[in-house]
Unconditional design. Structure first.
Length: 134
């Protein structure tokens, strides 16, 4: 049986590419790169590209993804501090604990959740605690 396809890009729709570039550059600690003539901004997140796409250029309204995007990080406290400064920590409840707090979740991951200005949900996980189903 051939290997499973590789995931190489995830698209987040945004209504303002400059604002999204600034927000994600600060949150992720990586400015990424603008894609000329494409209304896109790419940030390399390991082998997967996070693509910020301004759909308003095509007359569309941006829509958030329906579920969380998970990022593995080696510096969870630093990312949490940046998220706090950006005022995007989630106020939701995850299994009885605040989603915006750094907590060890019932499945063993040490993580926190944020919501970007366009209602996309993100989770940042300490890379030493990733639960991969094994």
């Amino acid at each position: 049986m051939p290997p499973a396809p590789k995931l190489f890009r995830i698209i987040l729709q945004v209504p303002d590419l400059d604002q999204a570039e600034q927000f994600y550059g600060e949150l992720l600690g990586d400015k990424g790169r603008r894609i000329p003539r494409a209304s896109r901004h790419y940030i390399d997140c390991g082998p997967v590209i996070l693509a910020l796409v301004d759909v308003s250029a095509e007359g569309e309204t941006s829509r958030p993804l329906p579920d969380n995007i998970y990022f593995a990080v080696s510096n969870l406290e630093e990312v949490h501090a940046r998220a706090k400064t950006l005022n995007c920590l989630s106020s939701a409840d995850v299994h009885g604990a605040s989603a915006g707090d750094i907590v060890v979740r019932p499945w063993g991951e040490r993580s926190f959740y944020v919501i970007d200005p366009w209602d996309n949900k993100l989770c940042f996980v300490d890379e030493t605690t990733l639960f991969t189903g094994n």
